[in-house]
Design a protein around this ligand. Structure first.
Ligand SMILES: [Cu+2]
Length: 124
């Protein structure tokens, strides 16, 4: 219950406390909406092949790429053009963020099975 008579500093502390919570809530909303706007794409590795082997993503946007390794053996998702390298243990998934990118084609490959595990990101 609020004090009946004015206690020096009490209102100020209360206001500060309120402001702090408002700021925290605002920051939380910004972070959540930023996260919500990151488009998510998924590819699978099966028998040392990527599915799909061609992935279309929008230009100028950061995207989240989830790579599901359905093989029992590890694979390393690698791309010089995307400047990404990620080892994904068998039967697990890995996440890489790519972009924002300019329109074009960005090849990627599986370093442990480079002859078969090949694909490209097509940015449009
Ligand atoms: Cu590598």
């Amino acid at each position: 219950m609020a004090p009946s008579k004015h206690i020096p500093g009490y209102c100020g502390r209360k206001l500060k406390w309120r402001m702090r919570h408002l700021t925290a809530a605002a920051l939380c909303c910004v972070a959540m909406s930023a996260q919500a706007q990151t488009p998510v794409f998924e590819i699978e590795i099966r028998e040392h092949l990527f599915y799909p082997s061609e992935l279309k993503i929008p230009a100028g946007q950061k995207v989240k790429l989830i790579i599901h390794n359905r093989d029992a053996t590890p694979e390393e998702f690698e791309s010089y053009e995307l400047n990404r390298e990620k080892v994904i243990i068998g039967n697990t998934q890995g996440i890489v963020f790519i972009g924002p990118l300019k329109a074009g084609e960005y090849p990627f490959f599986g370093e442990f099975n480079p002859k078969t595990a090949q694909g490209k990101v097509i940015v449009e």
